[in-house]
Design a protein around this ligand. Structure first.
Ligand SMILES: O=C(O)CCC(=O)C(=O)O
Length: 285
């Protein structure tokens, strides 16, 4: 089920800078598995992300994919882990309010950068749909404090908005990873053989329209999907994935973006590739 046939509920949303936003957002994220922080980024920060996009598309991202699905007028571009080579993405990740908005939601003594992900669905990339999946099923990680902070760069109406299965993170069940190029094929690095639950019959679907600078945050176990872009304009987002203090590396096969050969199984995930960005100061520390 994707697109305009969704009629369930809105994602709980909070003004990113209201005094109660942190607590309310943490509770909503705990209950639903996803939350929206409105107005998280001013235009000046979004302009820096746009400068990063221009650089990434011009070749600065070493991991850039561009596809045009059969019958589509528009391209679908995506890039992972570009922060290491795209300076404006570094500025956004390390100098913007991003980390301080996300960290309190994890209830964690640490915050580690995992990777960034750029996703641009050009006008009429109708076939560029994102099937139902769970981010965690692609990661060589154990633990639960893993979030995706997904910043809208364009106005995103409901018809092209992400959809989430409410509460689907709560048992931390790991489902079979989906091959995005062919949802019926087996994924090469599958960690679980458990099929996804029947989404259209079970549970409540959450979605919301977004303005540029609004940010969705969801747990890596939350099931979600998105339609292709049927609009006559771009639908783009820049997302950053973060790890908290219960996450350890398990060394299982995964895409290069998620792998760091300097880490061993059981290690806390902190390295040059996955840098520690925030850490609580303990009374004895
Ligand atoms: O925005 C989209 O179309 C999909 C994003 C998504 O599913 C993800 O980043 O995990």
């Amino acid at each position: 089920m994707t697109g305009t046939d969704v009629d369930d509920g809105p994602i709980q949303s909070f003004d990113a800078y209201s005094t109660s936003a942190g607590d309310n957002a943490r509770l909503a994220l705990g209950d639903d598995g996803v939350v929206c922080l409105r107005g998280a980024f001013e235009t000046s920060w979004l302009s820096i992300v746009e400068a990063g996009i221009a650089a990434a598309l011009a070749g600065a991202s070493v991991d850039l994919g561009v596809v045009k699905r059969e019958g589509d007028k528009g391209q679908f571009s995506f890039s992972s882990g570009a922060w290491q080579t795209v300076e404006p993405f570094q500025r956004f990740i390390f100098d913007s309010p991003l980390a301080d908005l996300v960290w309190p939601l994890l209830d964690s003594s640490t915050l580690t950068l995992f990777y960034d992900f750029l996703l641009i669905k050009e006008a009429h990339s109708d076939g560029a749909l994102t099937p139902w999946h769970q981010d965690h099923s692609y990661y060589p990680l154990d633990g639960t404090k893993v979030v995706n902070s997904w910043v809208a760069l364009d106005h995103i109406p409901l018809e092209s908005a992400l959809q989430f299965l409410a509460g689907s993170h709560s048992s931390s069940t790991l489902y079979r990873a989906v091959d995005f190029d062919d949802p019926n094929a087996a994924y090469c690095h599958a960690r679980s053989e458990l099929p996804l639950p029947p989404i259209s019959q079970d549970g409540r679907i959450l979605h919301t329209s977004l303005e540029p600078g609004d940010m969705l945050v969801w747990w890596s176990h939350t099931l979600h999907c998105a339609p292709g872009n049927h609009l006559d304009r771009r639908r783009a987002a820049f997302s950053v994935n973060w790890l908290g203090d219960d996450v350890t590396y398990n060394g299982q096969p995964a895409l290069d973006t998620y792998i760091d050969p300097s880490l061993s199984s059981g290690d806390h995930v902190v390295s040059d590739k996955f840098p520690l960005v925030r850490q609580s100061v303990t009374p004895n520390g």
